[in-house]
Design a protein around this ligand. Structure first.
Ligand code: G6P
Length: 369
């Protein structure tokens, strides 16, 4: 029964544990026996994809953070400009939208007021609307031209977990599907990506069990901190945004995410003796640059926690604590690293005695503007 905790202390923990299955469902139902992606509800043709001059991705909260990862992977696969924006800004901006624009709307509930209004606004201007949603028959689903359901199942906890990871899967699949149709992704890389994705559920499962104890330990270390920073570059920056949102909403600790290279332009002034700084460094091509940012916060007294993969043992020389997580290709690391950050937020909330499933002041679905 999806409305019971089935022995878990909280819905959030149950939903964290459901992620391997949710990811498997979202992925496997759309791969045929030859490992080809087919997207039933997406009716875009090769000609239509070639005709788009840009793509907007519009969403709120956690869904927006999934959209940022989507921006990066779609841009790479399609070689066109992709802009991610929060719905409450997008809908009031003078966006350059026309019949050559694809707007991708992301919403777990499919009912968020600003997201729905953005969809309508873009549609009125002639854009094609593709939505990624978890609720069958929701308003967003009904009003879209193309539809990609995340098969996460009902998400009860206010803080989103499995909806987010399945939204990422949806974006990865779209990138493969569009990239192949357009011809901007060659057959060999396509195959490699599919193979990598097919084992990601197992990797997520391992990550959950391997992260429990360390997440509890970190929760104890950070629970009294007045303020905390998450840092990262590239995809790690987007994961950092999601990680800090999760920590804020559950622990009520002031947490902020920064692009690691941007910190020096002001925010580093906030680092004091003992300020926790958690850095995600899973992207190999920019790893060294991130390490140098860790050194600079460490030099100002930060308590530096690093999250990286096993090959980067040198991180121990610059951090107070290093957590090694499972490895996949850099593109798919957001699916792995976010799991640890969900658990850190979960256990910090418990350590502070907060209501994990229903944090103060928040609603699962926001239908006001
Ligand atoms: C609320 C929830 C968030 C969610 C956001 C967007 O603020 O608390 O967890 O990310 O709405 O919701 P949606 O259903 O549109 O994804």
């Amino acid at each position: 029964d999806s409305a019971t905790k089935e022995g878990y202390d909280h819905f959030m923990l149950k939903e964290i544990y459901q992620q391997p299955e949710a990811v498997r469902n979202t992925l496997n139902r759309r791969l045929d026996e030859n490992g080809e992606v087919y997207l039933e509800g997406v009716h875009l043709t090769k000609e239509m994809i070639e005709s788009f001059n840009k793509i907007y991705i519009v969403a709120c909260g956690t869904a927006y953070h999934a959209g940022l990862i989507g921006k990066s992977v779609l841009e790479k696969a399609l070689k066109i400009t992709v802009i991610a924006d929060v719905a409450s800004e997008f809908r009031y901006n003078d966006n350059l939208i026309d019949e050559q624009t694809l707007v991708i709307v992301v919403s777990q509930s499919g009912e968020t007021a600003d997201t729905l209004a953005s969809l309508r606004e873009a549609k009125a201007k002639g854009a094609r609307i593709l939505s990624i949603t978890n609720v069958v028959g929701s308003a967003v689903a009904r009003e879209s031209d193309d539809l990609l359901y995340t098969w996460a199942g009902p998400e009860i906890a206010v803080a989103s977990t499995k909806a987010y990871t399945t939204q990422l899967i949806a974006f990865y699949m779209l990138a493969l599907y569009f990239g192949k149709l357009k011809g901007s992704l060659d057959a060999h890389s396509y195959k490699e990506h599919v193979i990598e994705l097919q084992s990601i559920d197992d990797s997520i499962e391992d990550t959950i069990s391997q992260s429990m104890e360390i997440a509890k330990e970190i929760a104890e270390e950070i629970k009294e901190a007045p303020s905390l920073f998450y840092l990262g570059r590239g995809l790690d920056y987007y994961t950092a945004l999601e990680a800090s949102l999760k920590l804020k909403e559950l622990s009520y600790i002031h947490a902020e995410a920064f692009a690691a290279g941007e910190l020096k332009h002001g925010t580093i002034a906030l680092i004091e003796e003992g300020t926790p700084v958690i850095t995600l460094a899973t992207q190999d091509d920019i790893y060294e640059k991130t390490v140098s940012n860790i050194k600079s916060v460490k030099a100002r007294g930060a308590y530096a926690i690093g999250i990286t993969t096993h090959k980067h043992k040198d991180m121990e020389q610059v951090c107070d604590k290093v957590i090694y997580i499972n490895t996949t290709t850099s593109t798919y690391m957001p699916l792995i690293s976010v799991i640890l950050t969900q658990l850190i937020a979960y256990y910090t909330s418990i350590a502070k005695g907060n209501d994990v499933d229903k944090p103060r002041n928040l609603a699962k679905s926001v239908t006001v503007e």
